[in-house]
Design a protein around this ligand. Structure first.
Ligand SMILES: [Zn+2]
Length: 180
């Protein structure tokens, strides 16, 4: 079903840390926020991920309205000469049900055309593992959490959703395990 595109999404060290730390911070609720950066041929560079501090964080699968609350994101790119690329949000483990790094049907609807969406699956880690890039996902552990990151893009011409590789040279090989 899903198409894989040749474009790659690169996460800066800052964006990577914001995404994983905000997902850990609100676990087992969903984190969400905006992505700022720029695009070059075949590459989307995410410079900053800005977590959105919501007073009513909850499982957002049924309440994707938080996108409308991110008004500051409309002015920020102009100030720092970056583009709003899209959004990220997490899929935390819920009871025994593990979060998946894929789009729900609701997620698919709410992605803006020409925008990316980064989905962060965050689950209880059974063991620690180094950060690695697979064919289409970036994954590893942070403390006692297992985190998997996937990236998607909604094409303007036909609203088709394409999965893009997510790369983060900064993260690779790092061991973010720490003593609790
Ligand atoms: Zn989702």
């Amino acid at each position: 079903m899903l198409m894989f595109g040749a474009t790659e999404i690169f996460l800066s060290d800052k964006a990577f840390m914001s995404i994983i730390l905000s997902s850990v911070e609100v676990y087992k609720n969903e984190s969400h926020g905006a992505l700022l950066g720029f695009q070059t041929h075949g590459r989307i560079i995410v410079e900053y991920a800005i977590p959105f501090q919501s007073a009513k964080r909850k499982f957002a699968e049924v309440t994707p309205n938080w996108r409308r609350e991110l008004k500051v994101i409309e002015v920020l790119p102009k100030l720092i000469h970056l583009q709003k690329l899209g959004y990220f949000h997490s899929h935390p483990q819920f009871g025994e049900k593990r979060g998946l790094a894929q789009l729900s049907e609701t997620d698919k609807e709410y992605i803006g055309e020409g925008e990316i969406e980064i989905v962060v699956a965050i689950n209880d880690a059974k063991k620690t593992s180094l950060w690695t890039e697979t064919k289409n996902k970036l994954s590893g552990t942070l403390g006692k959490y297992n985190i998997t990151i996937a990236g998607f893009y909604k094409r303007k011409k036909d609203s088709k959703i394409i999965q893009y590789r997510v790369l983060c040279p900064y993260a690779i090989g790092f061991d973010y395990a720490f003593e609790q």
